[in-house]
Design a protein. Structure first.
Length: 227
């Protein structure tokens, strides 16, 4: 018997056929698809319901007109992951902690790999949300870490997934391949440089808010958090 879906994924396209296709994909990975066609409806829905991620086609309605999503989401500020579906991927894509880009058409495996960090985070709500990691307490539910002086550092979904993976492998050297699989789900848009950039940003973010040492070290074979 199939388990009841426990996360909501917004599917948004100005094209009804595309929305129905996205609905089938979301249902196939045991999530609940919410079909919308405009940016206004997206904003209304995420204010009223718990949404895990957005799956947005290249063209959606905005103020009654069909518009390209790159223009609409140019100043996207919500801390909610959004996957854009484009006819053509022009490199390099914009680097944004909550934005991902996929080329149409997509299949179930590709979609699940990109959504897996966010879907797995939802499963963690059933267990104790606090994990001790070095000088910090990591709250899996609220995506934040707190030091001994109660300084709060808010994390993106990927940063939370990264810290969760590290916390499960303390004192072990984690290769870039391991991180690609367990944090990014072998995303086709992720390279070793992306991993280095995310870790650098995470270290910088923590150092700005806290004097406590974050013991994530770089080695010749990857990364290790020494507890």
């Amino acid at each position: 018997m199939m388990k009841k879906p426990f996360v909501n994924i917004i599917c948004c396209s100005a094209n009804i056929t595309v929305n129905e296709a996205l609905k089938s994909l979301i249902t196939a990975i045991n999530c609940n698809p919410i079909l919308l066609d405009s940016y206004e409806k997206i904003l209304e829905k995420i204010r009223k319901e718990a949404i895990t991620a957005l799956l947005v086609d290249e063209f959606i309605f905005n103020k009654g007109k069909i518009c390209n999503i790159k223009k609409i989401f140019k100043n996207y500020s919500y801390k909610l992951p959004v996957i854009f579906l484009l006819e053509t991927l022009h490199a390099p894509q914009e680097q944004h902690p909550y934005k991902q880009y996929l080329r149409k058409p997509i299949n179930i495996v590709t979609l699940k790999n990109h959504l897996s960090p966010y879907l797995e985070n939802k499963k963690l709500i059933k267990v104790s949300p606090i994990i001790k990691i070095g000088n910090f307490n990591f709250n899996k539910n609220s995506n934040m870490i707190v030091d001994k002086n109660n300084n709060i550092i808010e994390l993106t979904h990927l940063e939370s997934r990264l810290i969760l993976t590290i916390s499960e492998n303390l004192n072990k050297v984690l290769s870039e391949e391991f991180l690609l699989k367990n944090v990014w789900g072998y995303s086709v848009n992720v390279s070793s440089n992306t991993i280095k950039t995310h870790i650098w940003r995470l270290r910088k973010k923590i150092s700005k808010k806290s004097n406590a040492k974050f013991n994530l070290e770089t080695t010749n074979n990857g990364y290790v958090f020494k507890s």
